[in-house]
Design a protein around this ligand. Structure first.
Ligand code: ATP
Ligand code: MG
Length: 278
């Protein structure tokens, strides 16, 4: 039942697998009708993509704008329905209807935490609500857990009393990460999660993600335009072009010795911000 035909590294257990996944969108928008373009032909946003992510691993998904990176992640989260193929979590297919455990297992940190945090709520209220709705800890332990989560993302306890408006971009992103981790996910997805932050703050949040992966064993999937980020944070990389997987493998191999012109062009186009690759 567990079709194990893939390319996973080093025999580690597999956490996530995209198995020949395609996602198509109908061209039905008002603009399309107005311009009378492409009516009838669907947009193939993700085209027959197979990628495996080992347990505790970290995958970077790269590719030019419109290459299908976000759509692939949204399909994993159950926000888009594949038109073909399957998505497997630890060998079990993730269906359309997901149970509480499956919903919790995959969490997302978005680019702009300002829009996903309730401006009226203090940080404590935000984290409390998530913990309560999902019954993560007994009632009497909710506040202790909030403090632990803030500690986990290196925010001082007093942050609990603040509202988003009084937090910096980096602090908001840490709160968003704490909220995602409060659900004890197996996989944390970050779609351009640090691209709105300035370089120094960005580096600090990336360091945090690396440390959290080490400390909690969470599997990381980062969508980014930033190849330095992939070098710094990820073990594996998948390169998408127009919905297709062009190449994938260990970061050191793919980015240092790309097999395809498209990957070489992406590397050549990347700004050379020097982040020490470790
Ligand atoms: N809801 C939708 N309806 C129709 N087309 C869509 C929808 N979402 C995405 N697309 C199309 O699917 C393709 C892939 O989009 P996607 O957002 O996944 O790209 P991306 O790689 O994340 O790009 P970016 O780097 O700009 O975020 C694009 O052609 C996009 O226009
Ligand atoms: Mg995107």
């Amino acid at each position: 039942m567990n079709a194990d035909t893939g390319n996973m590294a080093g025999g580690a257990a597999e956490m996530l697998r995209f198995d020949r996944v395609s996602v198509t969108f109908a061209r039905s928008g008002a603009l399309t009708r107005l311009l009378r373009i492409g009516s009838g032909s669907p947009v193939i946003a993700v085209d027959d993509v197979t990628i495996a992510v080992p347990k505790g691993g970290s995958l970077g998904i790269v590719g030019e704008s419109g290459s299908g990176k976000s759509t692939l992640v949204r399909a994993a989260l159950g926000l888009e329905r594949p038109s073909a193929g399957r998505i497997l979590l630890e060998g079990s297919e993730l269906g359309r209807r997901r149970g509480e455990r499956e919903r919790r297992a995959l969490q997302m940190v978005f680019q702009d935490p300002g829009t996903t945090l309730n401006p009226a709520h203090t940080v404590r209220a935000t984290l409390r609500e998530t913990l309560r709705v999902h019954r993560m800890v007994p009632r009497g332990e909710v506040d202790r857990r909030v403090d632990e989560l803030l500690d986990l993302v290196r925010l001082p306890t007093k942050t609990a009393g603040q509202r988003p408006a009084s937090l910096s971009g980096g602090q908001k992103q840490r709160v968003a990460i704490a909220r995602a981790l409060s659900l004890e996910p197996e996989i944390l997805f970050a779609d351009e999660a640090t691209s709105a932050l300035d370089v120094v703050v960005q580096a600090a949040v990336l360091d945090l993600l690396k440390e959290l992966r080490r400390e909690t064993g969470v599997t990381l999937v980062c969508v980014t335009h930033d190849l330095d980020l992939v070098h710094y944070v990820c073990d594996d990389v998948a390169v998408l072009q127009a919905g297709r997987l062009i190449e994938s493998g260990r970061v050191a191999e793919v980015l240092d010795a790309p097999q395809h012109d498209y990957t070489r062009r992406l590397i050549a186009a990347a700004p050379k911000l020097k982040v020490a690759a470790t």
